[in-house]
Design a protein around this ligand. Structure first.
Ligand SMILES: [Zn+2]
Length: 192
């Protein structure tokens, strides 16, 4: 089973979210991760069926911003894996990519999956798990539990690369989110 995990806790209460002229604006962490996950699930009836048949699970962590898991489902490291779905501002290296697969840890057949996605035309950045503090995200919690995991990162724009700005002025275009959700669907189907 693949557990899709877009966290729903935010750094502010009731953060601003909007959509204008083809782009989302606001505190996009992690509204865009949630949106991308459900766009993927709603893309084909077969995706919804995979969820009903127990091959796909959905989990919304409410402790990501503080580094813990809330009411996490019990997973089997032999059978299950997690795709953390989250955003990141366009740090150096994100500009030329549709999505970034990061904090990779024991995810089965990942090299083949990435190669297949690239053949399909997706521009994938790959960044293995290093354990370094500045890469810390929810995947670290799953790694501590011995569960295979990747973080599927959607690149957004943020002033000073700060995706937690109190001004709530992050942006991301319709095209980026639509592309990321298609890529996530393909990633899931190649993983099953
Ligand atoms: Zn986040």
């Amino acid at each position: 089973m693949i557990l899709l995990s877009p966290h729903t806790d935010t750094v502010f209460n009731n953060p601003q979210i909007g959509f204008k002229n083809g782009q989302h604006v606001g505190l996009l962490d992690n509204f865009i991760g949630v949106l991308t996950t459900y766009l993927s699930l709603y893309q084909h009836e077969s995706m919804a069926q995979l969820e009903r048949d127990g091959h796909i699970g959905i989990y919304h962590n409410r402790g990501e911003e503080y580094g813990y898991l809330t009411d996490a489902p019990k997973l089997d490291p032999e059978k299950d894996m997690v795709i953390v779905v989250d955003i990141c501002a366009d740090k150096e290296g994100y500009a030329d990519f549709d999505v970034s697969i990061e904090n990779i840890h024991n995810y089965p057949d990942l090299d083949e999956i990435i190669a297949e996605l690239r053949r399909e035309g997706f521009r994938i950045r790959v960044k293995p798990y290093t354990g370094e503090t500045h890469d810390h995200d929810e995947s670290f919690s799953w790694i501590a539990l011995g569960i295979p995991v990747v973080t599927f990162t959607i690149p957004i724009h943020a002033v000073e690369n700060n995706w937690h700005r109190v001004q709530c002025d992050n942006t991301v275009s319709y095209e980026v989110v639509a592309r990321a959700s298609t890529c996530l669907t393909r990633f899931i189907l190649h993983s099953l």
